[in-house]
Design a protein. Structure first.
Length: 316
């Protein structure tokens, strides 16, 4: 199979028939063998009924229905597990991503030998204050922190080699950082393509300003995981040891000064009345806790079991 198209969605019943027709037209024009996998992420409208009807009319359409809303990352994870195409395309269901971009994305993967190609919505039709400016700041921070030089991490329109999506773990809210996850997994040939962005035709955006706050927090998480995810002791153990030694040396210095003053008959105070004694003691306690955190992290990493992150209600 040439292409798998994965489309997560939440309450997009109005756009689904038009999107399906558009994809079918593009696929048939270019004679691609393909599958479209809709992942209904807990829709409360009749999106699933429409997916069922469309799948009866077009055998290339498949669907996964979540029991409730789990988030875009979990939807992509389920789609990646089911995808069989040589090239995997992800796109949104709101008609803001154009299926006309798919053939060129496919060629960039198959002929350009990219592992992953990310779309760049260079010209956007979103609110400047609500989305454009926060998105620019977010992307700048992501480039600086991750080392992946993309202009638009948030673009849902991306193309992957099948081997890439089978070797990355998309969890939490990490769908924004799939290129970073791919790079960390060893797929460094990452490209970018300017894609057409269209104004939303139906419904309202499901994402608010909080997605950028969550995005920055996830950025910190993925930086930590890429650096210390396999060996948390390297960070916590090091910090704990440094803090413990600072506290120990400080306490030793206070004790030595106390003995020196006693030996030379200087008037002195009790060690416990010296505020630096408590600073040293606190530093040693924090250092010990950090060291234990690293130790426990190593134990958890080696004994954890893979948890089920979402529940599927129905598959077609």
């Amino acid at each position: 199979m040439d292409i798998s198209i994965i489309i997560p969605l939440l309450n997009e019943h109005e756009s689904l028939p038009e999107l399906t027709s558009w994809i079918s037209k593009v696929m048939n024009t270019h004679k691609f063998s393909y599958e479209v996998i809709f992942i209904d992420d807990g829709s409360t409208d009749n999106s699933w009924e429409i997916i069922q009807q469309l799948s009866k009319e077009n055998g290339n359409l498949k669907g996964i229905r979540f029991l409730r809303n789990y988030g875009k990352s979990q939807a992509l994870h389920a789609g990646f597990a089911k995808a069989e195409g040589d090239v995997v395309i992800t796109m949104d269901a709101d008609l803001q991503d154009s299926p006309d971009e798919i053939p060129e994305l496919y060629n960039m993967i198959t002929k350009g030998n990219f592992d992953l190609v990310s779309g760049w919505k260079k010209k956007r039709y979103d609110s400047v204050v609500a989305k454009n400016l926060p998105s620019k700041l977010f992307n700048a921070a992501a480039r600086k922190t991750s080392g992946v030089k993309l202009n638009d991490f948030n673009c849902g329109l991306k193309a992957y080699k099948n081997v890439v999506i089978k070797n990355i773990e998309v969890s939490g809210e990490m769908h924004r950082y799939i290129p970073v996850l791919a790079k960390n997994a060893g797929f460094s040939n990452i490209g970018e393509k300017v894609v057409q962005h269209q104004a939303r035709k139906y419904g309202e955006s499901k994402f608010g300003m909080n997605r950028f706050i969550n995005g920055f927090l996830d950025l910190i998480t993925i930086w930590f995981l890429s650096k210390f995810g396999k060996r948390p002791m390297h960070l916590f153990g090091l910090l704990g040891t440094i803090m413990f030694m600072i506290g120990l040396l400080s306490a030793g210095y206070i004790g030595a000064m106390k003995l020196w003053k006693l030996y030379n008959n200087y008037e002195t105070i009790l060690i416990t009345e010296n505020p630096w004694f408590y600073i040293s003691l606190t530093t040693m306690i924090i250092g010990t806790q950090l060291f234990l955190a690293g130790f426990l992290g190593e134990i958890i990493l080696r004994t954890k079991n893979n948890e089920e992150r979402y529940k599927i209600q129905e598959v077609i």
